[in-house]
Design a protein around this ligand. Sequence first.
Ligand code: ACO
Length: 451
Amino acid sequence: VENVGILAMELYFPSQYVSQAELEKFDEVSSGKYTVGLGQHKMGFCSDREDINSLCLTALHRLIEKNNINLHDIGRLEVGTETIIDKSKSVKTFLMTLFAKAGATDIEGIDTTNACYGGTAALFNAINWVESSSWDGRKAIVVAGDIAIYGKGPARPTGGAGAVAMLVGPNAPLVFDKGVRASYMTHTYDFYKPDLASEFPYVDGKLSSICYLTALDNCYNLFCKKMRKDDPNFKGLLSLDGMLFHSPYCKLVQKSLARITFNDFLNCQSEDLEKLFPGMSEFCNYKLKDTYFDRDVEKAFMTYSQQLFDDKTKPSLHIARNVGNMYTPSLYGGLVSYLISKSPEQLIGKKFGLFSYGSGLASTMYSMSICNDMSAGSKLATLINSLHKTVSLLEKRECVDPKVFSEIMENRTKNCHTAPYQPTGSIDVLFPGTYYLVNIDGQRRRTYERK
Ligand code: ACO
């Protein structure tokens, strides 16, 4: 099989948000901390009407409906999430309710979990299946979704929520490059959810940002090495048209792009150094591992990489800035944002890098190329058109006062494990086509309806 990749995709984000500027006032932090310091504009959130099952059902149904997918043509359904409700019972089993209606039950795949990385792991499973001897000619769907919420305090403005659904198969317009995935996986307690009675993680925010950058350094260097095996002229960032990242908050992504240029600087041949990095030779003997807290390095390379950031990364942050960290879908929200910032003609033949990070930790850098044959071109145009419609819903959301947001969060926290439970959140406010929780019975069984 050739050109295995993404044939179609859909995104879902909640219909309500809180303004980060308003949240700064409400939290009594200095003005600019969330908007400038973290680079966030708005944060999407869900009331008790939505949970991980409803979020994934909404994204999946949208994908199926908009692309007229024949359910019998799907042989694999993968879910990536870190939002756990029934522990032993997967979200995938809930998604099967859509397929079972059509009598389609011969569908492999199940949930995959490790913080924000589960979506990427699920996607890799789908690609690997299509490229394997187990493949039966049908397509795969990958759904990644999460509700990212933190307890009161400095991490709360880095929440968000959403889900993405992707149709994977051969002859795709967005093709995964082969043999160049570069991973870095190790053990750390930077972010985890050991309290099963709470939706909130235990998080060491500073440590998690350092872990993210360490993972990035390792993945990027290995990725470049693998790319150079195929193409000895591969020049890292300069050979990529776009560079997309998992986005815990947008400022960290800008720092990450800067960090990539610092890696390029350290790897640069000394004879080219002054030409490519004028006036930066003072950093020549610096080591990656000693510079995670080095403000001079950070500042110098943030300034150096500003234009590269504006060209290659900033267009991918539209959804991240306006919805927040969606966890597993975050990187794929980046892909959607990047795609709708260009016309199909501008995208044909382009190559971009993607960095996926999940605390604890698992990370991979990989790359994607936009197919340059004409039949893929028309599929690309259809895909981009449909995404434009979805993303335009950002402007149709309801802005909620931080006080009301805080009460909704308290209601979620209080009732996280109440059963039986009748949700009280508004149904009117949901976008048409949204699944919502109707009831949790005494046995904690959940029922849903679609608006
Ligand atoms: N104007 C402009 N900038 C400001 C202002 C202001 N008024 N006030 C603060 N800032 C800047 C700070 O200088 C800082 O910038 P820096 O990162 O360049 O140092 C930034 O805003 C954040 O301020 P801090 O005081 O460092 O923020 P705090 O420690 O309170 O919280 C943190 C930030 C740690 C990211 C927190 O939100 C958190 O724990 N988030 C969850 C963890 C997370 O997202 N980790 C990332 C990877 S793991 C994952 O994806 C979950």
